[in-house]
Ligand binder design. Structure first.
Ligand code: ADP
Length: 447
């Protein structure tokens, strides 16, 4: 079985959010399971590796070069083109760029002679791949993974003539009067999956369906939820080079050194518990209720790492309180240090397809405080129900405040370290989820 995994992000070459993490870890695990898999992605200008030139092709009168690079044993194909390759992942006429990338994936697969059986598409950026394959008469099978339904590649229908899609296929890419790349992917893929079982159910409803619920319901026979794992090589407190002191469930006392150093870094000299938040600063992540809650709470510290929407950055920077520490930037090293040092990790998301933050946090013995939605609901159970975290249901700052206060109370009165050890021993690796993808591949191969 030969699989080509198409993504515009892949850690460590390019990462903006969870998609980068998944593309950097799932194919690696599928390879371990014996799948002949390679990754294909744009050759972004900032990718700084010694890639090998493979070949070139012409598509619609434009020149494309294919380079290859290996990450461990996993082949990664990088497509280079003047328009496609830019100095950041998103933000340059993406509607055209990702359409070009999607079509180029088919050309590249042919040119490289990969004999691909399955193309695994990821999010709307690659949603047009099955359509271009059909137009070009190529008979691959397709899996489409929806990492976040909020982003669909929805554009005014005026761009249609620029996509090189014949009129006969127009209906496949139009939804409610607009172009919609995700819709085309959902309709044409052999299997569609989201990144947690709960989110797979939620998106069939109007509340979470982002306007595509009707299409998803029509295609629900091919929709499944497979929980993301995290890369245990990248996220490993025993070996992590970024953190101050390595530790494991067996040497949990060493974790304290990380907390001390973080407190020193933030200028904290009291013994209040420390809460962390690492996320893109967008509405989805619950920044508005977080801001309201932390304004009211004085007996804990909050370290917040993120970038994103300017008004949310400003909201956070506007909280002038000694116990609130906003750091507005993207910083991989600091993110690792936060996961390894804070007592609790906050994810008050409005919706959450899977969420990696809470999984990484638990791997580092950090107790999650989460809203019961999507993948958060699938991975964190409340302490009052025999679980290992603090879970709230209603999307409100009152409910979040209550959960934080319960966590503070727990910190003051209970044995926090034994809970840390318990969550560190849970398995959030790709072990079982990668097998579920393999089964999905096997299913569609036999269709
Ligand atoms: P999403 O995919 O919606 O962004 P996830 O929780 O699935 O959310 O994944 C987010 C990933 O991005 C995690 O690995 C998290 O640590 C990382 N991340 C988010 N913001 C930052 C930041 N400002 N600095 C470093 N890492 C970040």
């Amino acid at each position: 079985m030969r699989v080509l995994f198409a993504s515009v992000e892949m850690y460590p070459l390019a990462k903006v959010g969870g998609l980068g993490d998944v593309a950097g870890s799932l194919p690696k695990h599928l390879k371990k399971l014996g799948v002949d898999i390679s990754v294909i992605m744009p050759y972004h200008l900032f990718i700084d590796v010694d890639a090998k030139y493979e070949t070139s092709f012409k598509m619609d009168g434009k020149e494309f070069q294919i380079y290859s690079h290996k990450i461990n044993d996993l082949p990664v194909y990088l497509i280079k083109n003047d328009f496609l390759s830019r100095d950041r992942v998103y933000g340059y006429e993406d509607h055209i760029r990702w359409a070009i990338f999607s079509k180029a994936v088919i050309y590249a697969a042919e040119k490289l002679g990969l004999n691909v059986d399955i193309i695994h598409c990821n999010d709307w950026m690659t949603g047009l791949i099955p359509l271009y394959a059909r137009i070009l008469g190529k008979e691959y099978k397709f899996v489409l993974t929806i990492h976040n339904l909020k982003h669909q590649g929805s554009f005014e229908s005026q761009i249609f003539p620029h996509l090189g899609i014949p009129e006969d296929y127009r209906n496949l890419v139009i939804w409610r009067g607009k172009i919609n790349y995700m819709k085309a992917g959902i309709v044409l893929a052999d299997r569609v999956n989201t990144v947690s079982p709960t989110y797979a159910k939620e998106i069939l409803s109007e509340e979470f369906g982002e306007g595509l619920e009707e299409i998803l319901r029509e295609n629900s026979h091919k929709l499944v939820g497979i929980l993301n794992g995290i890369d245990y090589d990248v996220w490993n407190p025993e070996k992590d080079k970024y953190i101050f002191e390595n530790y494991s469930a067996k040497s949990i006392e060493k974790r304290k050194k990380n907390t001390e150093k973080m407190k020193e870094f933030l200028g904290i000299d009291d013994d209040k518990p420390l809460f962390g938040f690492v996320a893109r600063l967008v509405e989805q992540k619950g920044v508005d209720i977080l801001v309201e809650s932390i304004k009211k709470i004085d007996d804990a510290h909050f370290v917040i790492l993120g970038t994103g929407r300017k008004y949310l950055e400003d909201l956070l920077l506007g909280i002038k309180k000694d116990n609130v520490h906003p750091i507005i930037k993207y910083d991989e090293v600091l993110a690792h240090r936060i996961y390894a040092s804070v007592d609790f990790f906050l994810m008050p998301s409005k919706f959450e397809p899977c969420g990696l933050g809470q999984l990484i946090a638990m791997r580092y013995g950090t107790i999650p405080v989460v809203r019961k939605t999507g993948g958060l609901a699938d991975t964190v159970k409340d302490i009052n129900e025999g679980g290992w975290g603090f879970v709230f249901s209603e999307y409100s700052s009152e409910a979040l405040t209550n959960a934080i206060e319960r966590a503070i109370e727990f910190y003051r009165s209970e044995n926090v370290d034994s809970l840390r050890i318990r969550i560190m021993r849970m398995d959030f690796s790709w072990n079982s989820s990668a097998k579920e993808y393999l089964n999905l591949y096997k299913e569609i191969i036999s269709l």
